[in-house]
Design a protein around this ligand. Structure first.
Ligand code: TNX
Length: 543
């Protein structure tokens, strides 16, 4: 049997397997060094119970007790001090050295130490992972002794999550947060608005969320933020503007250049077809209109007031058919509005074209080869030449964006389609033949299909090779044009999300596939236990 430490995902920097076993049973004492750590200890007890059936006792403040679990924040811990601090930008604004931790398991008990609260939280997730891979002896868990020292190399590790193209319930979003927690990611970037819908209540603008459409109330959103922040995950809300604004324009037609009302089309494929129609006029929030600035200020103000994290995402991608000078004017002023509401703006990569200040946060997403040869690709073959031209104008500039990012000293979140997009179809036939229909339905046919190994080991600029880009974070992205349910979602996320969590954690060259494969395989029983649909990749199972 593998030592449970050999199955940790992300794999730690250091794991020393030791002799001896900790027997952990119901009622095992849980102690914290200071009362502020009690909520985290409560969370550990609940998650251990849910994962293993063993329920330690209610946490109390005090010294460690024999056979128990002790939690402590100690920045000057000798072992931890040897782990370098993360690089990049911390999504909640805390110092870069607070995510380091150690986990020491021996027959006398377990000691979890963090250099900061976030590091201690990681230590609890590692301890749970060890516990759930350990054998049971009667009613106790037998956890083999080990010393683990770890900390992320990169401070911003997230998932960009499209909750528009498919609407998800509050409870489903919480389950996604739990997955991010499990894989020690710390950013939930919520893509809340698009052509097909507006998913966040803005009380002063009720027309954005008409009755009968699914959306998060202010209370839902606060519950999501609270669930995330208890797990040291920062929510970065995205209001996508000035393109991808169809839902806003449907509610307030005066925001668009034409002022002509148009219905929201919920089906993403139909929405694309509309853009292809003969009488299609480009739609975007028009910076020449006063109504637009009243709208942007109100919306940004409302979202900022509900967001404890320092960052707010303004979108800025794919404003098809919008003249560049209008896009610049929009982005420049919107950044100012975000700052006036006390937040730092983040934008998709197109925003780097608009007089970015040094240090502006931009999210690089367009891959090496954004526009497949229209003649080759069945999807592009469906589109009329006029639409292809519009796409080509937007994407034609993309090749110059990395150069702009370097020249303007932008801080870059790496999310390139060819390394980070979890809506690429799966290339391998499923190990479960009955899943084949699902596999062929899910994922956008515009992207080349990928194997799990190629996702886990892709070359990433700044990770595998030096890059002049200042890469401060990594986000995987899940877009939901083909997703119709929570099961569809997790089928695309698993097993790729944890593979990318490992890349973000290391922020260096990929680990060998032979090292990753058993760690990924060991997750499958956990997903099954938690009722999460996943793609049964034969390669992960070693076939
Ligand atoms: C491009 S990524 C988009 C999204 C789509 C996605 C599909 C980005 C900034 N814009 O609107 O959903 O491709 O992968």
């Amino acid at each position: 049997m593998n030592h449970p430490a050999a199955l940790l995902l992300p794999a730690p920097r250091l794991a020393e397997e030791r002799d001896g076993i900790l027997s952990l049973s119901d009622g095992a004492p849980v102690t914290v060094a200071s009362p502020d750590l009690l909520p985290l200890a409560d969370l550990l007890v609940e998650s251990l119970h849910a994962a293993t059936g063993v329920r330690p006792s209610a946490p109390r403040t005090g010294a460690s007790a024999p056979g128990g679990i002790h939690l402590l924040v100690e920045p000057s811990d000798e072992g931890i001090a040897a782990i370098p601090p993360a690089r990049g930008v911390s999504p909640d604004g805390s110092p870069l050295d607070t995510e380091r931790f150690s986990v020491l398991v021996d027959p006398d008990g377990a000691g979890l130490v963090g250099s900061g609260a976030a590091g201690l939280h990681h230590a609890t997730t590692v301890f749970r992972a060890l516990a759930e891979q350990s054998p049971r002896q009667g009613s106790a868990l037998s956890i083999p002794a080990v010393r683990i020292l770890d900390g992320p190399a990169l401070a911003w590790r997230g998932l960009s999550f499209d909750v528009v193209r498919n609407a998800f319930s509050r409870a489903e979003v919480l389950r996604v947060i739990d997955l991010l927690e499990r894989y020690r990611m710390n950013v939930l970037h919520l893509h809340l608005t698009d052509e097909q819908g507006w998913r966040l209540e803005i009380p002063s603008r009720p027309a954005l969320t008409p009755p009968g459409t699914p959306y998060f109330s202010e209370e839902d959103f606060s519950a999501i933020v609270a669930h995330a922040s208890a797990r040291h995950i920062t929510v970065v809300p995205e209001i996508d503007m000035p393109g991808h604004s169809g839902a806003a324009i449907a509610a307030y037609p005066e925001l668009s250049p034409t002022g002509i009302a148009q219905p929201v089309i919920a089906d993403p494929m139909e929405a694309t077809a509309r853009m292809a129609a003969e009488d299609f006029a480009p739609q975007f929030l028009d910076p020449r209109k006063d109504e637009v600035w009243a709208f942007v200020d109100e919306v940004i103000g409302a979202v900022a007031a509900r967001t404890p994290g320092p960052y707010l995402h303004i979108g800025g991608d794919e404003a098809f058919g919008m003249p560049q000078e209008l896009h610049d004017a929009f982005v420049t002023r919107t950044r100012e509005i975000v700052r006036a509401h006390g937040k730092e703006p983040v934008g998709w990569q197109e925003t780097v074209r608009s007089a970015a200040e040094p240090g502006e946060l931009v999210q690089l997403w367009i891959g090496e080869d954004p526009l497949p040869d229209a003649g080759e690709n069945p999807f592009f073959r469906m589109l009329p030449p006029r639409l292809i031209d519009m796409l080509a104008t937007t994407f034609g500039e993309a090749g110059g964006d990395p150069r702009r990012m370097i020249a303007q000293r932008a801080r870059v979140i790496m999310s390139r389609t060819d390394v980070a997009y979890l809506d690429a179809p799966y290339a391998e036939p499923s190990a479960e033949p009955e899943e084949e229909a699902l596999r062929s339905r899910l994922g956008l046919p515009t992207y080349p299909a990928v194997t799990i190994e190629s996702v886990a080991t892709a070359r990433i600029p700044g990770f595998d090779e030096d890059s002049d880009l200042d890469i401060i974070g990594f986000e995987a992205a899940i877009w939901c044009e083909t997703v119709q349910s929570f099961d569809d979602l997790t089928f695309l996320l698993l097993p790729r999300l944890p593979a990318l969590a490992q890349r973000a954690w290391d922020a260096g060259p990929a680990r060998p596939w032979e090292d990753l494969r058993p760690r990924l395989a060991a997750q499958e029983p956990l997903w099954r236990r938690d009722g999460l649909a996943f793609f049964a990749a034969p390669s992960v199972r070693g076939r």
